[in-house]
Design a protein. Structure first.
Length: 362
């Protein structure tokens, strides 16, 4: 199959791995490469790429899973909204099982009788609102630049159709400010970034120019084993030659300019503001919030949400893993009290989560 088989070619993968090993042998330090994409985390685990690396090449996961980086305070607000009478609460499937304070979750709340619905498309939300005009339909909008254009398009369509009973709780986040925070943290010692493929289709390669200007390589990589290995090789080449740059390995999907139409939809509906990330805290200009001219579709404007005392989950190391400080094997809960069937933290919930990947593949 084109664009699949050739990127899973064992001979090609082996040849790239030999080049990686040869380059790494000439680097007199441990090279730490962070991937900031849940799909890369999955691919690295699925194909055993971490185990194939030379001893001085270290692959770590960053805040690439949108479910994982959603702050526990936002999870608690979602649970409060979903518990209100006359509300139909909708969200993508992974959010259902994300634990809030004291182990509460949308899934548990639905089991108690609240009307909480999993949707696979924003069109589902429009249909739910049309069929239930007497109800307030709330959609929890999560995700990075990949999903936010679709939520923006839904809001525009709802406004044009005169739908009055639909609102969005936007906890959308944008990736570059988080990467900037990680790159500027001297305690993390990140030598290069494997940039997210799907997000980059929207943003384009130039969105990561600041990484190269900070003296670190940045490579936008695809999701097959040959993609990931070539991404590592391109980063090592830049380190060896001391020429940090932004390189597109994933040329079949990503361009320099990205997708202007998708970005226009985002800019039309959302404005940028400070946002809280699990593990990283408040990051300036990293969140998307609904503009005043679409205020009637902003859940936070339509509901008077009380102040909720949120508490992080005791013993969970998700926050440290999202910064690359720890790996799942350093969390005492992994595979014991925290499993896919009983996730203690969000990194075990989503298939894109670091803990989920380690549990499944390691």
């Amino acid at each position: 199959m084109r664009y699949i088989d050739e990127y899973r070619d064992p001979k090609l993968a082996k040849a790239i791995l030999e080049k990686i090993t040869a380059l790494a042998a000439g680097i007199n330090k441990t090279v730490t490469i962070m991937e900031v994409c849940g799909s890369h985390t999955q691919a690295i685990g699925r194909y055993g790429i971490r185990k194939l690396m030379p001893d001085n090449v270290r692959l770590i996961s960053g805040p690439g899973c949108p479910v994982c980086v959603t702050a526990i305070s936002d999870v608690d607000r979602a649970i409060w909204l979903a518990s209100q009478k006359n509300v139909i609460f909708s969200t993508f499937g992974d959010m259902m099982r994300v634990p809030g304070t004291a182990g509460a979750s949308l899934q548990k709340l639905r089991a108690e009788g609240s009307d909480i619905r999993v949707v696979s498309s924003t069109l589902d939300c429009l249909r739910i609102a049309n069929y239930n005009p007497e109800k307030e339909v709330v959609f929890m909008g999560i995700g990075f630049e990949t999903t936010s254009p679709t939520i923006a398009a839904m809001i525009i369509r709802a406004k044009n159709k005169g739908i009055k009973n639909l609102s969005v709780m936007s906890v959308h986040k944008i990736i570059p400010p988080a990467m900037m925070a990680l790159a500027s943290d001297p305690g993390l010692n990140i030598d290069g970034f494997m940039c997210p493929g799907h997000v980059s289709i929207v943003l384009g390669a130039e969105a990561y120019r600041f990484i190269a200007e900070a003296g670190r390589p940045a490579v936008i990589t695809g999701f097959e084993p040959v993609d990931v290995l070539e991404g590592v090789l391109l980063i090592l080449e830049q380190i060896t030659e001391n020429r940090p740059d932004v390189v597109i390995q994933y040329k079949r999907g990503v361009s320099l300019e990205g997708n202007p139409k998708a970005r226009d939809a985002i800019d039309t509906v959302f404005e940028i503001g400070d946002s809280e990330w699990r593990g990283l805290g408040i990051i300036a200009a990293s969140g998307l919030f609904i503009r005043d001219n679409f205020r009637s579709f902003d859940t936070l404007s339509r509901f008077d949400i009380p102040r909720i005392k949120s508490q992080e989950i005791k013993g969970c190391a998700c926050g440290d893993m999202l910064k690359g400080i720890k790996t799942p094997h350093e969390c005492p809960l992994l595979g014991k009290t925290c499993t896919p069937a009983n996730p203690v933290g969000p990194c075990m919930v989503s298939a894109e989560g670091t803990c989920s990947s380690y549990y499944k593949y390691h």
